[in-house]
Design a protein around this ligand. Sequence first.
Ligand code: UD1
Ligand code: M6R
Length: 712
Amino acid sequence: MCGIFGYVNYYVQRSRSEIVDTVLNGLARLEYRGYDSAGLAIDGDKPDEVLLFKEVGKVAALRKLYASSKINNDRLFDSHVAIAHTRWATHGRPSPINAHPHRSDPNNEFVIVHNGIITNYLALKALLTSKGFVFESDTDTECIAKLCKYVYDLNKDSARPLDFTALAKLVLRELQGSYGLLIKSVHYPDEIIATRKGSPLLIGIKTEQKLKVDFVDVEFPELPDITVANNIPTITTPESAGLSNLTVPHLMTSNLLMPMDGSDLRRSQSRAFISEEGTPMNAEFFLASDPASIIEHTKKVLYLEDDDIAHIYDGELHIHRVRREAGEPAIRSIQTLEMELNEIMKGSFDHFMQKEIFEQPESIINTMRGRIDFEKKTVTLGGLSSYLGTIRRCRRIIMIACGTSYHSCMATRAIFEELTEIPTTVELASDFLDRRSPVFRDDTCIFVSQSGETADSMLALQYCAERGALTVGIVNSVGSSISRQTNCGVHINAGPEIGVASTKAYTSQYVALVMMALLLSDDSISKYERRTSIIDGLSKISSQVEEVLKLNDTIRGIAETDLAQQKSLLLLGRGYQHATALEGALKIKEISYMHSEGVLAGELKHGVLALVDATMPIIFLATHDSLFPKVMSAVEQVIARSGNPIILCNKGESALSKLGKTYRTLEIPQTVDCLQGLLNVIPLQLMSYWLAVKKGYDVDFPRNLAKAVTVE
Ligand code: UD1
Ligand code: M6R
């Protein structure tokens, strides 16, 4: 998905090449999110000159384009603002013109980078075109840059000049949709605006001197605000460009002029950034959509809230809001990132995905760390402690997620129901929203997401919150939208997951959900034995994962010699292993582009059996649980049709001996039934990995896919 990176140096002298290196390296750290073009904007050598570099393909291609530009790389800047972007095409194909930054006009007076979607862009574009603006791209984003100039020009001859914050406020209230946005302008040299609505944005802060306080005051207007004073008139444009139900702001000139009594023009000092001498300190700011690109520069970060307008100038960071709601906090804290640089490096591995698969013995431990007391058989989840009563009393639990995260819900639903005795359903976020499924105040809705930014899950979260349900997040990315907008939740603490294919997040989500079920049932005596056996199982699971990882070479062999030439693969399991079959199939199709299907083994005879012959590759998940005999009968049906399945079974499984010799096995250690999926999924992750490597595909960046899917 799109990525934003901006860099501001204030009285920290940097050469142009250092500045460009910083932003390009920042973009490179965002590459894992998936993108198809990239671009950057920096100051030129002439006054009021801003240069744009945009290229299709990888950040390396942009670097090459920049290198070929013959620009003076040694030029020094005491203060400077650079913005950069990786784009994942939504409106308009990947091309240099459609890549960000977008500009207001051929002189690049305003340049912007944007994540998200402006839903009323067609109306804005029509309006701005009628005012003489000439659009050059197919994007929704370009209208923001042009709107900035339009508002600036309207106000430029007024008695009081418009400052950058006031301009941003006037522009933002015309935008509908979602955005993470950086704005740079020749009219406000060495200043930047950063703002967000529904799309993440954080600011890293680096100063030589210690910050005076570890927060930034939020600045609210003192007088009745322009937005409150002039309610934006709206018109409906049913026919405009086929947008049947769209309401668009009416860009009335009066709305875009700063009122003469506006208090926003007064500049204040930001307490955190004043040195002992009372003057602003030298500072660097790193603005990004993802902490992974900031961590190598600084660990001090401030996460913007929706509708915050951050304005950086004179070495200070100011946060503005258009109005103050009752009870709204008046500060934003400057936090310390817990992430380490090596967590986002590949180390000795060839790919992030491989590293993340092999990290699982540790990431699972990190999910449980400080939360399970294996001696006392107790579970503590700090994030849920104030809500346990509400959850235990709820009418039903709805788990909502997408993709792999959805599979972790499927994998744990049965143990949730068994332990909590609360009816539990599992929903794909998009389908749940499509159906406008009924949600009530006494429902508990659990949102499971690695990134915490998935648009479908976020929209479902808003839908459930509006209906008064308790919302709980199971999220990996601390500070992400889902983590912040849920009532409570559990961070899975798996560490950054960079590979687009989710692996360690799946096993950690699985463990977190099992822990939640254990916690919710810890008041039930009748569940004591079952709970104890699961906790004992969890105590051994990390070393069992290590054991499964030893199958790496065998699995590589199977992938390379038996499966890589195949067109299709079936994975069959039932009960707890149905989720494993679905997750294995998703991994395989996602990175090796091979058609694979996870099938409930009980459904085999209802259609899928027609596909089975001596050539169809089939993997059975036949580890030991109460459904094992039924899975075995499916295995027999396949063998009876000349199938040659690969059977994932527990070590020394004697029941297989009656099957003859037309199968192969992968032997997995045994654990408690509801945890077995944690072990069984690992050979499938490895298989997808080796299939993709064998086929020469880009394992960490599969085609057409993004790490965080922030569009519907
Ligand atoms: C927290 C700290 C952890 C510290 C521990 C010590 C954070 C992020 N975690 O962990 O560093 O070691 O206390 O006691 O500071 N939340 C949501 N939605 C979500 C996920 C979490 O609202 O999707 C909330 C939780 O309800 C909680 C907070 O975020 O209020 C932190 O959650 P979590 O990290 O899981 O809590 P702890 O394990 O207690
Ligand atoms: O960040 P999320 O967990 O919300 O993402 C959900 C899916 O987009 C994600 O799991 C996707 O299916 C993975 N690429 C699968 O490996």
